[in-house]
Design a protein around this ligand. Structure first.
Ligand code: SAM
Length: 294
């Protein structure tokens, strides 16, 4: 049994609240229309055949927690992190494991990142067997390909990984970017994360995709230099980590960053300016991809 918590949110706060709920210990989070029926009747925004942004005014952030969670504490933490004065109205429901798995599966279809690259859940047949297909199920770590920042980084990976080059995925989450790099033809690929669950997820996903990825906890100092460094984290950690991340890029190597909202781009560019000149390479749904070369 798990606890499914549906929290009301306006459009402006739905995404930050969803991230805050993950940080507060949710195992999985989705956003749907509070005015619609059951979650499986709700459109999946940002995925093929669906609108790029939710069209509804009243969102509902649906989070799954382990039943032993201290829910009041988790919700209070999440509300504070999302900049809300109080915990918004919410409902709690107990759900059986099988029901949640069925519901989650029904919400994830294959995602086309590019005609050359698809993210395919294990319970689906690859729509294009000739493309690079990454098998990836929603799990505990961020990175199923549906988020704009992951998409921006995957599109960059497709055209910027020469055969045999070394790649560092800083903040690897599910390992999706590292796996894509390996499938595109990288040689040595390393994934770093601060979260043990992410490292485990990267290990598992690499194995199921038949690629070799070395995983390293971010507490371990990085001494090697990489031809390509990708970091899809968030503005604040990216700025704090600027000297460390920039130092991982080999001479002539390329750095790409995402997890940065358009108004934050200049802040991140300034943080990296002493090391590498970055510029906005692409934007998608309000998020930017920053690119530079040492
Ligand atoms: C937005 S997710 C990106 C996951 C995946 N790379 C993707 O693009 O979908 C950010 C990841 O960075 C990790 N992270 C956050 N702060 C970090 C830090 N200081 N050092 C290393 N990893 C960090 C998080 O645990 C999370 O897995």
């Amino acid at each position: 049994m798990w606890l499914q918590v549906a929290v009301q949110a306006d459009e402006a706060h739905a995404e930050t609240l969803s991230e805050a709920l993950m940080d507060a210990g949710a195992l999985s989070v989705s956003i749907d229309d509070a005015d619609a029926g059951t979650p499986d009747e709700v459109p999946q925004f940002g995925e093929p055949g669906h609108p790029a942004q939710p069209l509804w005014q009243h969102s509902r952030v649906v989070a799954l927690f382990d039943r032993d969670v201290e829910l009041a504490v988790a919700l209070a933490e999440a509300a504070a992190q999302a900049g809300l004065d109080a915990v918004p109205p919410f409902t709690v429901e107990e759900v059986a494991e099988q029901d949640w798995v069925r519901l989650t599966q029904s919400q994830f279809d294959p995602i086309e990142i590019d005609p050359r690259l698809w993210i395919v859940p294990s319970w689906h047949v690859a729509p294009n067997p000739d493309a690079i297909n990454i098998e990836m199920d929603p799990g505990l770590a961020f990175g199923t390909g549906s988020h704009p920042t992951t998409r921006l980084c995957l599109q960059w990976v497709l055209d910027n990984i020469p055969a045999g080059c070394s790649v560092l995925d800083y903040g690897c989450g599910s390992g999706i970017l590292a796996i894509a790099a390996a499938k595109v033809g990288a040689g040595k690929v390393v994934g770093i994360d601060i979260d043990e669950r992410a490292l485990e997820s990267t290990r598992d996903n690499a194995e199921r995709n038949g690629v070799s990825i070395e995983v390293v906890h971010s507490g371990t100092p990085v001494t090697a230099r990489y031809d390509r460094v990708i970091a899809n984290i968030l503005t604040n950690p990216l700025c704090v980590l600027a000297p460390a991340i920039a130092a991982c890029v080999a001479d002539g190597g390329k750095l790409v960053l995402s997890g940065v909202l358009e108004p934050q781009a200049e802040q991140v560019i300034a943080a990296y300016a002493p090391y590498i000149a970055l510029k906005v390479g692409a934007t998608h749904e309000g998020w930017v991809r920053l690119e530079g070369q040492r």
